[in-house]
Design a protein around this ligand. Structure first.
Ligand SMILES: NC(=O)c1ccc[n+]([C@@H]2O[C@H](COP(=O)([O-])OP(=O)(O)OC[C@H]3O[C@@H](n4cnc5c(N)ncnc54)[C@H](O)[C@@H]3O)[C@@H](O)[C@H]2O)c1
Length: 250
């Protein structure tokens, strides 16, 4: 099991789904966590799931806001004395439109939500992680960025941008001892999945994995914990696809 003692992590979108599972696991493994989300009830649930630990602070913050990104970093410094780790989980989409159908405003909104949010949090956090003499950044992209996805072009493009941004971060900040890696989840049973997909679609996606099941938020949280731990020390600028394996054709 990868331990995270001594780490001080910001986890975005920590009020539900993958972010909530990540915040919870980081606490279990010995890290201190600033859990950010726009959903205060979700954050309260995360704190409760973490056993009300003194090592977690909930902060209502919008990951697409530059002011809120800086506030999250300031909170880590005030509460725990610094920052070593940034987990950018925030993102999502609603499939249903091609490029032709999509308004210019919707394109910008999805790119902000999935890609610019990652830029803003990195911009705010990297100086602080540098002051701590290094650490790790994990950006959550999507398997859709590797394969494409029907009628979801802004999401696919933005998540592709998250992968490319991660590779830039790894190169630019290696001299500050900051590693940056990307996780691309496959189908994971979260509120997002339940909003976007009918039960029969979820069953189909589960059947298409070699694991024969849908992914759970813990599957992604455990991968993030590994990448941030000393066990992941030699991994930098990579993309790890966590999707249960995909059945091939015959
Ligand atoms: N669930 C999947 O199958 C799947 C697959 C591939 C990639 N992903 C990616 O994983 C990440 C997490 O997905 P999820 O399924 O856990 O999502 P989710 O929608 O279930 O939960 C996301 C959380 O984000 C919060 N949030 C929404 N807007 C926010 C904002 N502006 N600032 C801060 N918090 C905000 C919500 O309140 C919620 O608590 C996303 O980047 C998503 O694209 C998910």
């Amino acid at each position: 099991m990868s331990r995270l003692d001594g780490q001080i992590a910001i986890v975005t979108a920590a009020g539900g789904g993958i972010g909530q599972a990540t915040a919870r696991l980081f606490i279990e493994r010995g890290a201190k966590v600033i859990a950010t989300d726009i959903d205060e009830a979700g954050l309260a649930e995360t704190v409760e799931l973490a056993g009300g630990s003194a090592d977690i602070r909930a902060l209502k913050a919008d990951a697409t806001s530059w002011d809120d990104a800086r506030r999250a970093v300031a909170t880590a410094k005030e509460a725990f004395g610094g920052l070593t780790t940034l987990i950018n989980v925030v993102g999502g989409s609603k499939p249903g439109q091609t490029v032709v159908d999509m308004s210019v405003e919707d394109w910008a909104r999805w790119v902000d939500f999935n890609l610019t949010s990652t830029f803003l949090m990195c911009k705010a956090a990297i100086p602080a992680i540098g002051e701590a003499d290094g650490g790790a950044i994990i950006n959550v992209s999507s398997g859709a960025a590797l394969t494409g996805m029907m009628k979801n072009p802004a999401y696919v493009a933005a998540k592709g941008g998250v992968i490319a941004l991660t590779k830039s971060l790894a190169i630019d900040h290696a001299d500050q001892h900051i590693r940056a890696n990307c996780v691309t989840p496959g189908p994971i049973l979260t509120p997002l999945m339940k909003r976007n997909r009918r039960p029969e679609e979820i069953a189909y996606m589960a059947n298409m994995t070699l694991a024969g099941r849908i992914g759970m938020p813990h599957d992604i949280a455990a991968t993030i914990a590994f990448l941030c731990s000393a066990d992941g020390e030699f991994i930098n600028g990579e993309v790890l696809n966590v999707a249960g394996g995909r059945k091939g054709g015959v």
